[in-house]
Design a protein around this ligand. Structure first.
Ligand code: FAD
Length: 478
């Protein structure tokens, strides 16, 4: 990168705002943060700025607005679509929230927590647990993902079935808008009809409309106990029937419901040390079910699990089931589920799609789209796994054995993704159920969106960020 006189003066002014701790231009310090978690994108930046608080952050944004300098917000850099990675021009400021780590307050009566954008999800879990409370959203990247990143990607995870995505858990937001002004919306109001909801615009905006500096998040009581069930069954349709049975009979006790094809379980056991099959024989499909109790007066989850699994066996919905007898076994079942991506990666190249269709349509979609893709690209193998209860699966298409890992993702990988996305859109679904658009799916969003929807998104972006400095090149191509 060439440091020009203009850049020098910008850096000097940033230094004045942030001091030494909040500013770095050292290539070695920046390097780990310039590549995304999946290793697909590497960018460059003029500097990394790490404000200590909201006011410093606002001052940086005001300066960026004045000078037309692009800003790329970054939390834990655990995003999956290259959203927190700058382009290669080296003109942007990488704005890290790593120093904004304060949990401002926990209100156990209102059951809310106000946390700075840089608070890591796991830290948040631990802090509220000390008050007998729980933030009911978790995901594999919880050791890195931050409040600001979770809000900005409208993250989901494995408890969406009962508690919803971030959109359902965020009560308020404080943010710095692209002109450097501060939007203070942290107060929780159950009813508020003052027109457009800025909070919901900022949730899932991927840093393109402003920078979240703090959020008010909803909490629920801590768990009394839980069990995890692993069941073998014949088809995604049987899995859906089982879920309906559970929802009818166990209601809020059902917190997670994940589908796993036999291929994925086999690969986990092959590649992940210390894992073993929970059931005696193979089954075409499996489900992992988490049943919880957060009210001591409610039925124990193991009793619910035993009754319902016996009933499901009688009705022929499942072929076999194992119910965890202790926390270690519950964790071991979850490990099988959480290791699928790693095991699939170890198997060889695959095209990964994070898709949703209406919940009731997902079982049919898994089967029909799987057949279409395997017929169109002979030798590939589809593995669809994940949040069946949310109508969201990770639809992986694995390369034929022997495929060249450096060439296959481009050809025919891109054509495979285009076909999967076309099928999703035909089914009325979304090409991004959880991970967002970032730079990875930006062109596919433009190709497949309804023109009026895309025009409205573009108009919102242009209205709030007329200079186009907030995370340019992500989500929407301008
Ligand atoms: P980053 O990766 O740093 O940024 C993500 C996006 O948010 C970028 O566009 C960035 O510019 C923007 N951003 C970050 N902070 C701010 C801010 N303060 N203000 C405005 N914009 C900001 N996601 C799911 O939804 N469900 C899952 O089940 C799931 N599982 C995962 C498992 C693993 C192992 C990993 C590594 C990731 C997983 N993710 C999952 C993806 C990821 O954890 C989430 O997208 C998370 O919300 C990203 O948080 P982050 O702080 O790392 O954000």
């Amino acid at each position: 990168m060439t440091i020009t006189a203009t850049n020098d003066s910008l850096i000097n002014r940033l230094q004045g705002i942030l001091g030494d701790r909040g500013l770095s231009t050292d290539p070695a310090t920046l390097a780990p943060w310039l590549t995304d978690w999946r290793g697909r994108y590497t960018g460059a930046a003029l500097a990394m700025v790490s404000p200590a608080n909201r006011d410093e952050l606002a001052a940086v944004v005001r300066l960026a607005a004045e000078t037309g300098t692009p800003i790329v917000p970054q939390g834990g850099n655990s995003g999956m679509v290259g959203g927190a990675t700058p382009d290669t021009s080296g003109t942007a400021l990488l704005l890290s929230t790593r120093r904004m780590q304060t949990i401002r307050s926990i209100d156990s009566q209102a059951r809310t927590v106000i946390a700075d954008a840089g608070v890591i999800l796991q830290t948040l879990h631990e802090a509220v647990a000390k008050q007998g409370l729980r933030f009911p959203l978790t995901l594999g990247g919880k050791g890195s993902a931050t409040v600001g990143g979770l809000v900005s990607t409208n993250a989901g995870g494995t408890q969406v079935l009962r508690h919803g995505t971030m959109r359902a858990l965020v009560d308020g937001i404080e943010a710095v808008l692209p002109d450097g002004s501060i939007y203070n919306g942290l107060v929780t109001l159950k009813k508020d009809n003052r027109g457009y909801d800025l909070k919901h615009l900022l949730i899932g905006a991927e840093g393109t409309l402003g920078i979240v500096t703090a959020a008010t998040l909803r909490l629920v009581p801590a768990l009394v106990d839980r069990v995890v069930v692993w069941a073998g069954l014949d088809s995604p349709m049987a899995a859906r029937q089982l879920l309906l049975l559970l929802e009818d009979r166990a209601g809020h006790a059902v917190e997670g419901f994940e589908i796993v094809p036999q291929r994925c379980l086999t690969n986990v056991i092959r590649h992940i040390p210390g894992t073993r099959a929970p059931l005696a024989g193979p089954h075409p499909w499996h489900v992992l079910i988490e049943l919880v109790r957060d009210n001591p007066a409610a039925l124990p989850p193991e009793q619910i699990a035993e009754d319902l699994m016996a009933h499901a066996l009688e009705r022929g919905l499942i072929n076999d089931a194992a119910i965890s007898v202790n926390e270690a076994q519950a964790e071991a079942f979850w490990k099988l589920r959480d290791s699928i991506s790693e095991a699939e990666r170890a198997e060889g190249p695959a095209m990964q799609h994070d898709i949703s269709v209406p919940v009731a349509a997902m079982p049919g979609f898994i089967v029909d789209a799987g057949k279409s893709v395997e017929a169109a690209f002979p030798g590939v193998e589809v593995a669809a796994f994940g949040h069946l209860g949310d109508g969201n699966v990770h639809f992986h298409v694995a390369a034929p054995s022997g495929a060249d890992a450096s060439l296959w993702p481009d050809h025919p990988g891109k054509a495979i993704s285009a076909l999967v996305h076309n099928l999703v859109v035909e089914a009325g679904g979304s090409i991004s159920a959880e991970h967002g658009i970032g730079q990875m799916k930006r062109d596919e969003l433009a190709r497949l969106s309804d023109p009026p929807r895309l025009a409205a998104l573009t108009a919102i972006k242009q209205a709030l960020d007329p200079k186009g400095i907030m995370n340019p090149g992500k989500l929407i191509a301008l």
